[in-house]
Design a protein around this ligand. Sequence first.
Ligand SMILES: [Zn+2]
Length: 318
Amino acid sequence: MLATIISHPSCHEHRMPEGHPECPERLDAINNRLLASGLDGLVMHRTTPEVTHEQLRRVHEADYLKSLALSAPPPGSDRIIPFDNDVYLSAGTLKAARHAAGAAVHGVDLIMAGDTDAVFCNVRPPGHHAEPDRAMGFCLYNNVAVAAAHALAHHGLERIAIADFDVHHGNGTQTMFYNEPRVLFCSSFQHPFYPNTPTDVPRDHIVNVPLPATCRSDDFRAAIREHWLPALTRFRPQLLLISAGFDAHEEDDMSSISLTDRDYDWVSRELRALVDRSRESDNPAYHCRGIVSTLEGGYALSALGRSAVLHIKALAKL
Ligand SMILES: [Zn+2]
């Protein structure tokens, strides 16, 4: 079954202040590397519809969505307005954000329809820091959480896993599913570090793996093997979502952790293998339908392109 890449041209139209690392060129870095690697022709491409208000409301509060809509500059404006902690609004921001969240939802729908079993959403703005009632850390709508909530509510799934290997803790995702044991949330992140939110939490369905700033390949792989993989295997997810951030890369100034391209390849292959192993079960209720991965961080453009393409290749089993 062919893997699918979902994106939308509007994701380029979310503007940040000059020189900001969360820039539209991030999407091009991935696209260009896809073309150069020859992988582009081996996957399906889809553009995404916008997320609906109803889909956003499953994880975000109405007042917050309203304040975003009221604060955004009007169409055609070239203003870039500071909105909240490291979040800016330009005229194209909300449209981009609606497509970024819509892509993850669309990915879930494609998988549930049996059209594909691995999706990568090449979109921005990212999502995993967005809380129910506030934007933060470059994130407006929590794309992966909107997709998980959609899989629960619309498709009636009962076990969804989210694996988040961005170098920052997925605080917003944790908050949204804090009291939702149908969602297993596995996050690995530099600690202590932004966003400095509580990560030692008394919840069996939240597997937080703090990593020291000195963490390198071996430590990362050992931590994933020890904490994520057993929890994911026990949980038997029907769907696996990934918050794919590539900002723990050694070339990325955003963090001190030093992962390499090969580590992103490794963790992606481990996650893919988990999905494939689930299908060996005689009980179809234990089969994982597929993977929807959505772009979070990753700001060193060359490293981002290389790592994301290895990630996609691993999910596509190529
Ligand atoms: Zn990050």
